[in-house]
Design a protein. Structure first.
Lengths: 114, 115
């Protein structure tokens, strides 16, 4: 079982719609959760992080965490063509020798068409 | 702003060469990481370091070594480059220290081709 799994996509939504990206993780003791955006040919950039159950909103982005279900999601409201990228989910177990290490999903490619 | 600098954006080397990829950060971060990224395989951790002269193997350390002589610099070494090491290499540092809850910040990446 992979540490972090994402719906493989690709995901295609029209401009203005809500894009929903999902991620599950295997280690119930995981502590912190991150969403990165990666444009083609570029390096990943952090867009959201969440540590507690519930929702966290930042502009058009909302991260949702459900530790009981081992599930984290990213919602992008009012999607724009500039949101077209690959979105990476990352999880930190935050203990022992894994301190600071992130486990990444393989990413979901999102296309927002005008 | 965190600045993570990788020495080259593009690099072409020959099979059998010893290749050095350099990564420098300017924020006194303790933890640094080297990944490779390949289509369909995602980001895979090669090595990481949590202090000067300290290193830990990641998931795919074979064929690689690392060096951390100074806190700000973390080098990835391909001992004898092979074509299957053609990839995008990404360096990252841990923002905010070693508490473990902090995100990593990535450099721009080095696209390495081994001919």
């Amino acid at each position: 079982q992979k540490e972090v799994e994402q719906n493989s996509g690709p995901l295609s939504v029209p401009e203005g719609a809500i894009a929903s990206l999902n991620c599950t993780y295997s280690d119930r003791g995981s502590q912190s959760f991150f969403w990165y955006r990666q444009y083609s040919g570029k390096s990943p950039e952090l867009i959201m992080f969440i540590y507690s159950n519930g929702d966290k909103e930042d502009g058009r982005f909302t991260a949702q965490l459900n530790k009981a279900s081992q599930y984290v999601s990213l919602l992008i409201r009012d999607s724009q063509p500039s949101d077209s990228a690959t979105y990476l989910c990352a999880v930190n177990k935050n203990r022992g020798s894994t301190l600071g290490r992130l486990y990444f999903g393989r990413g979901t490619q999102l296309t927002v068409w005008p | 702003d965190v600045k993570v600098t990788q020495s080259s954006r593009y690099l072409v080397k020959r099979t059998g060469e010893k290749v050095f990829l350099e990564c420098v950060q300017d924020m006194d971060h303790e933890n640094m990481f080297w990944y490779r990224q390949d289509p369909g395989l995602g980001l895979r951790l090669i090595y990481f370091s949590y202090d000067v002269k300290m290193k830990e193997k990641g998931d795919i350390p074979e064929g690689y070594s690392v060096s951390r002589e100074k806190k700000e610099r973390f080098s990835l070494i391909l001992e004898s480059a092979s074509t299957n090491q053609t990839s995008m290499y990404l360096c990252a540092t841990l923002v905010g220290g070693a508490e473990g809850n902090q995100p990593q910040h990535f450099g721009d990446g080095t696209r390495l081709s081994i001919l």
